[in-house]
Every structure is written in structure tokens, then in C-alpha cells.
Design a protein. Sequence first.
Length: 133
Amino acid sequence: TGVIDEVSKALADVIGTNELGGSLTLLGASAVLSGVVDNIPYVATMAPITSDLVHNMGGGGGHVMWWALALGADLGGNATAIGASANVVVLGIAERNRQPITFWQFTKYGLIVTAVTVTVSLGYVWLRYFALG
């Protein structure tokens, strides 16, 4: 339908060649969205957008934007029970073993874990790609 292309163009216009702002925004937004949308379809949708952003910045396969997408989508999936398929499996196993975990119990701890790991990842990306070059 062309939606991905339009989103990609809009993001490219906003981010331009600002690798620091773009990568930190992508990491943070990916973490938030992966808590709500399963991380596999999220990454499948974001891969062509990230590819366009990297291309516009003149980068290649190891570009910081790819790492931002991977870290954000992976770690953000820990925020809620629906953020990753493995979380749903864990809830099923807990239920089967008579130790049910509610969605909100999972989210209460998941948000803390996600906030800490995403914050560490933001620091890592900044340090690795921008402070130390």
C-alpha cells in the first residue's frame, strides 16, 4: 500500500544525517513499540525503514541504526507479556504449574527490567559509536 515507503521518507526527512539523534530515537521508540507489538513483526516492518535511513546516512551493515533497532526491539519486548513470544510461553508454563502470572504482574516487573536494560543500551550506543568513535 506504500505506507512503509511514506513512513520511511518522513523519518528520513526528520532525522536527516543525525546519527546520534536518529539512533537513540530509534532505540527508544523500538523499545516502547516492541512492548505493545510482538518484536518479530515489528522488526520485519522496521527493517526496510531502517535500511532507508542507513542508506541516507551513507552507512552499511554494521551501522549504528541497525544496532539501535535490534537492541530496542529485543529489550522492549520484555516490557509486557505480549511483547515477545517467549513471554507468552512463560505465562503458559507458569499457569500449567499452578503459579499463574497475570498480565499486570508481568508488566510491573517487565517495565522495570526494560527501563534498566534500555537505559544501559542507550549509554552503550552513545559510548561505542559516538563518544569513542
